[in-house]
Design a protein around this ligand. Sequence first.
Ligand code: CP
Length: 320
Amino acid sequence: MRTFFNVEDIGDLNKALSEAKEVKANRFGFQGLGKNKTLLMIFFNNSLRTRLSTQKAAMNLGMNVIVLDVNAGAWKLETERGVIMDGDKSEHLLEAIPVMGCYCDVIGVRSFAGLSDREYDYAETIVNQFVKYSGRPVFAMETATVHPLQAFADLITIEEHKKNSRPKVVLTWAPHCRALPQAVPNSFAQWMNAADVDFVITQPHGYELDPKFVGSARVEYDQKKALEGADFVYAKNWSCPGVENASDYGKILSKDMSWTIDAEHMSWTNDGYFMHCLPVRRGLIVTDDVIESDHSLVIPEAANREISAEVVIKRILESL
Ligand code: CP
């Protein structure tokens, strides 16, 4: 595997889930693969889980790890071509990327959406430059439009907790005070469409995700109807994807608190589990009692981030 951005990159999902189970049972069993190999983790944005879990996964595999926070300690990077660099950006990404590639064998990149230019964000300009110019395998640690390590960890968590062979999984929009990217819901939708689940997306009008991620999912605008009988409730905020109206891209169209997941919402489900990728804003996305309940999977999801990362890095190391 040379790149990891979309569900297709991991191949057969049942095989990937079996491998995740194997890795989880024996997470230090593949140490030889990473010997004398270096992972460079590049962060353009903040992170807690991705930073810790991916580093841990690479260390489990015997790798050396370098972490670079681009905005703290490196030269400020210009990302556009054709500009006169007379501002505060001292280095161009097109030199920085091949230089970074000199010092490592594998690269992980985190780079959020700017949420001002839909075309630029959905073209995945920054990570595609890493793929093109680094000369190294590149995997997403959340990009402008996808977060596959999270979606894979979520799928592992669903697999571990499902009570029937084809569970009902509902992705529900929830309110937030800041405009957030669509990367997590995009990837969650993409991975659920590929998995053997009954998948429903619910959101207020105007929050329709890009059709390439919605795929074959059922879209239900009535949140109560969507949640009825759900085995898993995956709550997430996202800003307007700009599908209906491109000029609304990245905007907050609603802060409707009736969409916050509370005990009443969970009572509509099939004794369902609550899921969220974290970090989560309590009182907006979910109430304290729901996230603290024994039906909350937020910590197991975070724990499985180590496993999803280990499977992905293992596959990349095997292909070197
Ligand atoms: N879920 C997730 O990616 O968390 P971080 O932003 O803390 O890495």
